[in-house]
Design a binder for this molecule. Structure first.
Ligand code: ZN
Ligand code: ZN
Length: 262
């Protein structure tokens, strides 16, 4: 009598239950761990968690960096237990599964890249920080004493950014500055605060999903105007906002090459 075992070819490598994603039932890929202690693939968390991305700026500690804040990290309902949670990338788990199943992990990585490329249009979340640092003058008695300040725009994925245009107060000698690569920042001496404007212009093929976005000469909704009022208190300040961008797959897709596996 033939049993099911006889007709199925055994998997090449058994994967431990602990190393499987509970959502896609495959080897964990770019694993994240939630506050409620669930471990899932980053993409599974991003796709399955109920996320409401707001464009509201939130003042956050100056030390926070885009790399500390992945898309899966937005507070959202956990797809496993439905509590509000956030997830952090776990390099510990990633190293473990990579070490245990190097070939399977490699295939997962290739599949993920192919999947991203196959999409005609894909939506990405960008985390943008805008703010300034400020070093006070030696003496605050003198009203004309100068602060040493640096305005910056920090973006979680700079590969989609073509340039950041920074517009200072018109009393500055060169009020318009263009930055084509990070750091998108400008450092000056000044005694007064004012509103700095910055336009974040995306690369060809990308556009902002925002009614605030403006057209450029080359593309629709490619430029996003942001404003920041300089802050000289407490060494400076920064705000974080979550924004969405759209990628037109056809324009940026690379050729996939020939799959020689199998
Ligand atoms: Zn998964
Ligand atoms: Zn959970």
């Amino acid at each position: 009598m033939a049993s099911i075992e006889d007709t199925q070819s055994p998997p090449e490598t058994e994967i431990d239950d602990d190393d499987l994603c509970p959502i896609c039932r495959q080897l964990l890929h770019r694993p994240v761990v939630t506050e409620c202690s669930h471990t899932l693939c980053e993409l599974c968390m991003t796709e399955w968690a109920d996320v409401s991305v707001t464009s509201h700026m939130t003042i956050v500690p100056l030390a926070e960096r885009p790399e500390d804040f992945v898309a899966a990290n937005i507070r959202a309902k956990c797809p496993m237990c439905r509590t509000m949670t956030s997830a952090k990338r776990s390099l510990e788990v990633e190293d473990r599964v990579k070490g245990r199943y190097p070939e399977i992990y490699q295939i997962r990585e290739e599949e993920a890249v192919a999947e991203e490329e196959a999409k005609e249009v894909s939506i990405e979340t960008l985390t943008v920080y805008i703010g300034n640092t400020a070093i006070p003058p030696d003496s605050l008695e003198d009203e004309r004493a100068l602060f040493d300040w640096e305005f910056f725009v920090n973006i979680s994925d700079t590969s989609v950014v073509n340039e950041v245009e920074i517009l200072l107060h018109e009393t500055f000698k060169k009020p318009r500055l263009l930055r084509y690569k990070p750091p998108y920042s400008v450092r000056r001496l000044g005694w007064g605060t004012f509103i700095v404007r910055a336009n974040v212009v995306l690369k060809y093929g990308y556009s902002w999903i925002s009614s605030d976005a403006e057209d450029t000469k080359y593309a629709k909704r490619a430029s996003l105007p942001l404003e920041w009022e300089l802050c000289f208190d407490g060494g400076g300040s920064q705000a974080r906002c979550q924004l969405k961008i759209k990628k037109e797959g056809r324009l940026v897709r690379r050729s996939r090459g020939i799959d020689t596996r199998g």
